[in-house]
Design a protein around this ligand. Structure first.
Ligand SMILES: O=C(O)CCC(=O)C(=O)O
Ligand SMILES: [Fe+2]
Length: 340
């Protein structure tokens, strides 16, 4: 007899069990990836550097997970550096909202944009310097009012919302919207076009016409090595036919994707820096989550502080050494949704 039934406790769902197994037992993703067919090329001219490694990348579907599409290692190192900066600086500031907002009055610029060396050093080191005053924030609660260097807040940063601002409490989009970064919108749209009519053995994976795609909302998620994201379904968007497009940077992770209920045992895949994951069709309604981030798994071209001195990314980003330090210990996920 099931012990949990005898004790009156509800038995754990298959999704919960998998989350625990991958988090604690360090079970490894073992899901079979089946080569899928892309009907269109992956292309984005006019960026000043190649964005995609190839116009005809390898795409994969998962058995029993209709609608899920993975394009491995799609973004070039330059594009990953560009996207990292976009996520860390351009998108990570007001009026976009972050998980820190209820607790702190954040400065008008990104915590990552603080150019002084103190911004990304440890809080202990920062408190002994005069410099970090430029990076202070004030908790809104007067009782706790205390200056905090950016370095103390960075480990607590978990997300920024882009475009329409998702409210995690009401699980709705609040009225009003911030401007969605146009270059990020172009990138997501190029992906949406490339994955239109993607198929597996003649069966459609994604029936959405990517030319109609535009980003209404997005989330940048930041994961430290011990962070995770619990299983959930993204179903606030009115338009559930358009794919949810999700990009990974930095550390690898275990990604679980199941079905419409938590009772369906999820499949596990390893997501790597530069991968594109698209939740299309049926898989838009699937439970998914990130039970584990994998330490020491970020690619050298992101963690090397002097990386690619000849590429456009390094030339444009003198502050890269700060970002490389962050990316060596974090995963960034940038995702986009068409809401209507
Ligand atoms: O980090 C990821 O890959 C998943 C993020 C996610 O599911 C979400 O933001 O809704
Ligand atoms: Fe999600």
């Amino acid at each position: 007899m099931d012990g949990s039934a005898a004790s009156g406790k509800r038995p754990q769902t298959a999704f919960r069990q998998a989350e625990k197994a991958f988090r604690n037992a360090h079970k490894e993703p073992d899901c079979e990836l089946i080569p899928a067919t892309l009907a269109h090329t992956l292309a984005l001219p006019g960026f000043g550097f190649p964005v995609f490694r190839t116009p005809h990348p390898a795409a994969f579907a998962l058995p029993d997970r209709p609608g899920l599409l993975l394009i491995r290692d799609a973004l070039t190192p330059e594009a990953q550096r560009w996207l990292a900066r976009k996520c860390l600086v351009d998108c990570s500031k007001p009026p976009n909202r972050s998980n820190l907002d209820p607790f702190f009055d954040l400065p008008d610029r990104s915590l990552f944009g603080m150019q002084d060396d103190s911004s990304l050093i440890s809080p202990q080191d920062a408190s002994s310097l005069d410099g970090p005053l430029s990076a202070v924030t004030r908790p809104k609660e007067r009782f706790y009012q205390q200056a905090q260097p950016a370095a103390a807040l960075l480990p607590r940063l978990r997300w920024y919302t882009l475009g329409r601002q998702y409210n995690w409490t009401t699980k709705l989009y609040d009225s009003g919207s911030t401007a969605f970064d146009p270059a990020l919108d172009s990138l997501m749209r190029a992906i949406a076009i490339a994955i239109s009519d993607a198929s597996l053995g003649g069966h459609a994976i994604n029936g959405f016409d990517g030319r109609q795609y535009t980003c209404h909302a997005g989330i940048v998620n930041f994961y430290g090595e011990k962070d995770s994201m619990a299983g959930h379904v993204d179903k606030t968007e009115e338009n559930m036919e358009a794919p949810l497009i999700s990009l990974s940077l930095g550390l690898e992770c275990v990604y679980l994707v199941g079905g419409r209920t938590r009772d369906i045992e999820p499949s596990a895949i390893r997501l790597r820096s530069g991968d594109i994951l698209a939740m299309c069709g049926e898989s838009r309604m699937a439970f998914h989550g990130v039970p584990r981030v994998i330490a020491d798994s970020a690619p050298d071209y992101l963690t090397d502080p002097c990386t690619g001195s000849t590429d456009a990314g390094a030339e444009k980003y003198p502050e890269w050494r700060h970002f490389s330090k962050y990316l060596a210990r974090h995963r960034i996920n940038c995702n986009a949704r068409k809401c209507e």
